[in-house]
Ligand binder design. Structure first.
Ligand SMILES: *Cc1c(COP(=O)(O)O)cnc(C)c1O
Length: 377
């Protein structure tokens, strides 16, 4: 059996920063949920992203739930959500008993199409929030989407779970909307094994989210609860991993970019293949996963590549399946500029995620590329 090449795996720093922070927690006997590492990780993220306040959570999904609560979503409210995403973006809409309306993507960013968003605003005048996603680490058209939301006076939630370290107009993603969300799940560009972060420039809102995330415990000598709360806080041990990982994030982005560029260069003469796009003069993606689409009509289909790679012990994945195509959300409305096949559906049908592990060697990369190129001969 040939050496296994994974899609993307967690990678602790060679310097051992994470262990140092964890040992710190042990030495100070501070394994209890909250502590120095949680505060430290929140501060590190605030500084890195350029926002005023942050709450560390058990997951990115929990952070989106808290953002929806801060936006004041109630039973029966409509929330506009990018359809082309992972279920972690849209599941929390149901936690607050609201109804998602899914919005199609554009071909330039694969993310929410501002024109489709406008169309949704024409149909539903009063959604209570919009969730935009920077999928695969590629920034959305954040300025345009933010200004549409501002015009309608609707809060924007930026799901930056996949885009930590990516920039748009020189500014870090996650910092564009009223609320930004990051994930440190095991598959993300940096990880704490599991965790998330809610960020905002609204310090009062963040402090409220922290209150909800700690079971809404009032400040009283006894245990006093006037509101329903959640057990959503990140632990002090896990936060130590995050502090260490953040130190090496920039170098990981560089490595991810080199992987993307290598694929792009290798496939440039195959006219059917396009790498996942980004706005080259405005965006600096973190290149979390390199993806490609194969033009419809080509004899090679994404499934052929997946099988060829799998047969060589190389992991490869389909593109996220859009939420409006998921049985669990089948009852929800979907807004697209195209009648018939939507943009997100087309990307789902023609795309795949390529192995993007930063531990890949030159030899690994060439092995992957050769297998793919051979199929097009
Ligand atoms: C991973 C992810 C989430 C959820 O984050 P978890 O930490 O796994 O809960 C949300 N949205 C997107 C786009 C993601 O990729």
């Amino acid at each position: 059996m040939k050496k296994h090449i994974p899609l993307a795996t967690p990678h602790m720093s060679e310097e051992g920063y994470e262990v140092k922070f964890i040992n710190d927690a042990f030495e100070k006997n501070w394994i209890a949920p909250l502590g120095e590492n949680v505060d430290g990780f929140e501060n590190d993220i605030k500084e890195f992203v350029g926002v005023e306040a942050a709450t560390a959570t058990v997951s990115g999904t929990a952070a989106i739930h808290l953002a929806l609560k801060l936006a004041g979503i109630e039973q029966g409210d409509k929330v506009f959500c990018q359809t082309f995403t992972f279920a972690g973006s849209s599941n929390p809409i149901h936690y607050v008993n609201a109804e998602p309306v899914f919005i199609d993507s554009d071909l330039e960013t694969w993310n929410m199409d501002p024109k489709a968003l406008e169309k949704a605003f024409e149909k539903y005048k009063t959604p209570k929030a919009v969730i935009v996603v920077n999928l695969y680490g590629v920034p959305s058209k954040l300025e345009e989407i933010k200004s549409i939301c501002d015009k309608h006076n609707v809060p924007l939630i930026e799901d930056a779970a996949e885009s930590l370290g990516a920039k748009y107009m020189g500014k870090q993603t996650g910092a564009f909307a009223q609320y930004g969300v990051f994930s440190f799940n095991g598959n993300k560009i940096i990880t704490t094994s599991g965790g998330g972060m809610l960020v905002s420039n609204d310090e009062k809102a963040i402090s409220k989210s922290r209150f909800w995330a700690t079971q809404s415990r009032e400040s009283a000598r006894h245990y006093q609860h006037n509101e329903i709360g959640y057990n959503y806080r990140m632990s002090n041990v896990v936060a130590g991993i995050g502090r260490g990982q953040l130190k090496v994030l920039d170098s990981y982005v560089e490595k991810k970019k080199a992987i993307y560029e290598k694929y792009k260069e290798a496939f440039k003469d195959i006219k059917y293949i396009k790498m996942n796009p980004y706005l080259e003069n405005i965006s600096e993606p973190n290149f979390w996963l390199s993806c490609m689409t194969i033009e419809e009509g080509c004899k090679v289909k994404p499934i052929d590549i997946m099988i060829a790679l799998e047969n060589d012990n190389i992991e490869c994945r389909p593109i996220w399946k859009p939420m409006h195509m998921q049985p669990v959300f089948a009852h929800c409305d979907f807004i697209s500029l195209n009648e018939g096949k939507s943009v997100s559906e087309e990307i789902f049908n023609t795309g795949l995620c390529l192995p993007s592990d930063i531990k890949n060697t030159e030899e690994d990369m060439n092995r992957i590329i050769d297998i793919i190129k051979n199929l097009f001969k």
